[in-house]
Design a protein around this ligand. Structure first.
Ligand SMILES: [Zn+2]
Ligand SMILES: [Zn+2]
Length: 386
C-alpha cells in the first residue's frame, strides 16, 4: 500500500476519537500553564496509539512529548491547548491539539517505512505573549534534536504562510499616594492620572507607527474608591512590530510614554514582564510549498489573498521556533466568517462541523507533508544537515 494511503487509513480509524478530543478540550477551556486536563487528554490518545509519552518535560507540568518512529528525519508536531481568559477556546487550540495527534498517528503508521521519527510536543501557554511555552521549551532543550517543526492553526480561511509579527506583553504598575479626593487633594499623587497621561501619549505616538506596529492593552486596576485619590493602578499592554528588531525600537518609545505618566504625576513606575518576546515567523518556504500541495490534495481550498493577507498580522511563540529550526504554521479555515479569532462567536465555530472537518484535513495534510519531506532526498538532507 502507498504510504499516503496507509496514513489516510490510520487517520480514518481514529477520526471519531480525534473529534471527541477536540470537543472535550473545547468544553473544558484551561488558560495558560493550567492546561492539566487538556494536556493529559491529548497525551492519553497518543499513548493509546502506542506513542512513548513523557509528561511535564522541561519543568513545565503541562508540557509533554510523545515519541514514535526511528527514521533519520525527526519532525516535531506542536500541540497547543490553552484557551483565552473569559472567552474559552476562541482561538481554536482544541483543533490544534487534535490535528497534532491526528497527524502523528497517521504518519506513525508508515514512519519506519519512509524514514521518519515523530515527536508530538505539547506546548502550553501560547496566548500569554511573554515567555510562552514554546520559548521555555526551546530554552530548556525541548526541541534539541528536532530537524523541522510544524503545526496548523484554525482561522477564518486557509492561509499557508500567514503574516506573523513579533510581540511582547508586560504589566505596568504606578504607585502614587492616597488622599481625600475632596478635602485634601493637594496631598495626593494620582496614579490613575499617570495611566491617563501614558495612554494619551501612546495615542499621539500612533501617528509615527509603521503599518505593522501595534500597541494595545487595558487597565487592570484603576483605583478603589471615587473619594480616594488612586495610589495603585496597573495596566496590561502588548506591543507588536514586524520583527524583533523593530519591536525593540517601538518598545523604547512606548516605555517613554509610560515614563511620561510617572513624570507628570510624580508616581513611581514599575514594568513587569516583557522579557521574552515572541519573534516574527520565518516560514520555511520549501516545507510550506509541500504543505500547500498536500492541503490541496486533501481537498482544501486556499484562497489567493494577495497583499490583503498582510492586513491581519498575528503573533505566536512558533515564531521563536521558526528562528531556531525550519518550521511552518499554516492556518486552516473553519468557515467562521464573519467571526474571527478571539471572538466568542469564533469559539462556538471551533466545535462545529467545519472545525471537525479541519481536524481531519489538517491532520492528513501534515502527515502527508511529513511523508513527502522524508521521501525528498534533497529536502530531507537539508533538514537533517547532511
Ligand atoms: Zn491561537
Ligand atoms: Zn490566539
Amino acid at each position: 500500500m502507498h504510504a499516503k494511503d496507509g496514513a489516510r487509513e490510520a487517520l480514518t480509524r481514529w477520526r471519531e476519537q480525534l473529534i471527541a478530543l477536540s470537543h472535550r478540550i473545547h468544553a473544558h477551556p484551561e488558560i495558560a500553564f493550567e492546561e492539566e486536563r487538556s494536556a493529559r487528554w491529548t497525551a492519553d490518545v497518543l499513548a493509546e496509539a502506542g506513542f512513548a509519552v513523557e509528561m511535564g518535560i522541561c519543568d513545565l507540568p503541562t508540557a509533554f512529548v510523545a515519541r514514535t518512529g526511528s527514521g533519520p528525519l525527526h519532525i516535531a508536531i506542536c500541540a497547543e491547548y490553552d484557551s483565552l481568559p473569559a472567552i474559552g477556546h476562541a482561538c481554536g487550540h482544541n483543533v490544534i491539539a487534535a490535528m497534532a495527534v491526528g497527524a502523528a498517528i497517521a504518519a506513525a503508521r508508515v514512519a519506519d517505512d519512509v524514514g521518519l521519527r515523530l515527536s508530538v510536543i505539547g506546548t502550553p501557554a501560547e496566548e500569554v505573549c511573554d515567555a510562552g511555552g514554546k520559548i521555555l521549551l526551546l530554552e530548556r532543550g525541548g526541541f534539541a534534536d528536532v530537524h523541522a517543526a510544524m503545526m496548523v492553526h484554525p482561522g477564518p480561511v486557509d492561509v499557508v504562510e500567514p503574516r506573523i509579527i513579533a510581540a511582547t506583553m508586560f504589566d505596568v504598575h504606578y504607585t502614587g499616594k492616597e488622599a481625600h479626593a475632596s478635602a485634601f487633594p493637594e496631598l495626593g499623587i494620582n496614579a490613575a492620572d499617570a495611566l491617563t497621561v501614558a495612554q494619551t501619549a501612546i495615542g499621539l505616538l500612533r501617528q509615527h507607527f509603521r503599518a505593522t506596529d501595534r500597541v494595545h492593552g487595558f487597565v487592570t486596576k484603576g483605583g478603589d474608591a471615587a473619594n480616594v485619590v488612586p495610589a495603585h493602578t496597573s495596566a496590561r499592554y502588548m506591543v507588536r512590530s514586524a520583527t524583533l528588531g523593530h519591536l525593540e525600537e517601538i518598545r523604547t518609545k512606548v516605555n517613554r510614554c509610560f515614563e511620561a505618566g510617572a513624570l507628570a504625576t510624580g508616581s513611581q513606575l514599575a514594568i513587569v514582564g516583557g522579557t521574552k518576546p515572541y519573534a516574527e515567523m520565518v516560514h520555511d518556504h520549501e516545507i510550506a510549498a509541500v504543505y500547500r500541495r498536500n492541503a490541496e490534495a486533501v481537498g482544501r481550498e486556499i484562497p489567493q489573498l494577495g497583499p490583503f493577507a498582510d492586513r491581519f498580522p498575528a503573533s505566536t511563540d512558533m515564531g521563536n521556533i521558526s528562528l531556531a529550526l525550519p518550521s511552518i504554521h499554516p492556518m486552516i479555515g473553519i468557515a467562521s466568517l464573519p467571526a474571527v479569532n478571539h471572538q466568542p462567536e469564533f469559539a462556538a465555530h471551533c466545535a462545529m462541523e467545519a472545525a471537525d472537518r479541519a481536524v481531519f484535513d489538517g491532520s492528513l495534510a501534515m502527515a502527508w507533508t511529513a511523508i513527502d519531506l522524508a521521501a525528498d532526498a534533497a529536502l530531507s538532507d537539508r533538514l537533517t544537515g547532511r
